[in-house]
Design a protein around this ligand. Structure first.
Ligand SMILES: CC(C)(COP(=O)(O)OP(=O)(O)OC[C@H]1O[C@@H](n2cnc3c(N)ncnc32)[C@H](O)[C@@H]1OP(=O)(O)O)[C@@H](O)C(=O)NCCC(=O)NCCS
Length: 327
């Protein structure tokens, strides 16, 4: 594939922080339960009157600034999200409008569960490789706090809001996507759903009364699938990249549950100190999880020139995949 460089990264987390203790004041749960089962200590939640797109716009502006580029340099905007700003027209137009993409580059949403950012990276790389576009702004954004049932302790404690973005530019040399493995297992589509509000079951007073607009999750089933999915995708992507696991400098797993991450790392036999983790502070931000993790690592100076990164994720669908990237 053509060389590709991450020219800039950015992220945004809402100011409001809700700790486990805060949740336990209104919910039958405890800091001990949440921490020991998930590794989560706190999450950032968007204020109810703030449009979610504002998070994506802030993350994208930071990524463009660090890339030394402006809105007019963007050839394509891809927005990975599960729950769009509006069902029609999605999230991308709102982010394009906020950024002022007046030169009318194409934009679209991508929906692949919590693996949306990883899928988006592969799609962006392929479109760059084909020569269709040169500079891509890829945003992962999620405000699942708007769709979790705050009375359902099995799901609401897991999620946080946020956004992350990368600017991808073409480059000479051997940087870029070395290999990727993307998969979908539709036999598992029942594991994570928002049953109402789409065309299958449009919104009605009855669906709202029945709470069918909330995210419903079979936690144990997700847990059992997640580890093997990310393991399979990572092994395949590594093989396609023509490298071995030992060549990977940093593993960036989707931040869904610390125990899932630790089980994955154990199965892969990957060194724990080479795994990036921030779930304790941000919880599961879905499609925003990996770009936030990446931006934090870049800003902390952890990722060096030529480092090989493995970005791996799983989520609703069930979609899962890994992209191997040389920095
Ligand atoms: C959600 C998850 C942490 C639950 O852990 P678990 O060990 O599977 O727990 P269970 O759902 O079996 O519940 C065990 C008990 O804890 C209780 N419990 C669940 N949530 C709780 C909470 N927040 N606080 C206290 N107790 C809780 C349950 O009610 C159950 O009690 P019971 O045995 O009396 O019925 C775990 O399944 C998980 O992380 N799954 C993956 C979720 C995920 O990654 N989702 C995002 C995909 S992108």
């Amino acid at each position: 594939m053509m060389g590709l460089r991450v020219a800039g990264t950015g992220s945004f987390l809402p100011e409001r922080v809700i700790t486990n203790d805060d949740l336990s004041r209104t919910l039958d749960t405890s800091d001990e339960w949440i921490r020991s089962r998930t590794g989560i200590a706190a999450r950032h939640l968007l204020e109810p009157d703030t449009p979610p797109a504002s998070m994506g716009i802030a993350a994208a502006r930071a990524a463009l600034r660090r890339a030394g580029l402006g809105p007019s340099d963007v050839d394509l905007l891809i927005v990975a999200t599960n729950v769009p700003e509006e069902i029609i027209p999605g999230s991308a137009p709102f982010i394009a409008e906020g950024l002022g993409l007046h030169h009318e580059p194409p934009f679209f949403d991508i929906k692949a569960g919590c693996a949306g950012f990883v899928f988006g990276l592969a799609v962006a790389g392929a479109m760059m490789d084909s020569g269709l576009v040169r500079t891509v702004l890829l945003v992962g954004i999620e405000a699942l706090s708007r769709f979790v049932d705050w009375e359902d302790r099995k799901t609401c404690v897991l999620f946080g809001d946020g956004a992350g973005a990368v600017v991808l530019v073409g480059t000479e040399g051997d940087r870029g996507i070395l290999g990727a493995a993307l998969h979908g297992d539709a036999t598992k589509l029942g594991l994570l759903r928002i049953p109402a509000g789409g065309v299958r079951l449009p919104a009605s007073p009855e669906t709202v009364a029945a709470g069918k607009h909330f995210l419903r999750m079979k936690g144990r089933g997700v847990y059992q699938s997640a580890v093997t999915m990310m393991e399979r995708a990572t092994l395949e992507a590594t093989e396609r990249a023509g490298i071995s696991l030992a060549d990977i400098d940093w593993l960036l797993p989707h931040q869904a549950n610390l125990r899932i991450i630790e089980a994955l790392v154990k199965r892969l036999g990957f060194p724990r100190d080479r795994v990036l983790v921030n779930i304790d502070r941000v919880a599961n931000t879905s499609t925003a999880s990996i770009p936030i993790l990446l931006d934090e690592a870049v800003r902390a100076g952890r990722i060096g020139d030529g480092d090989i990164l493995a970005l791996t994720a799983f989520g609703a669908g069930a979609c899962y995949g890994t992209v191997i990237l040389r920095w």
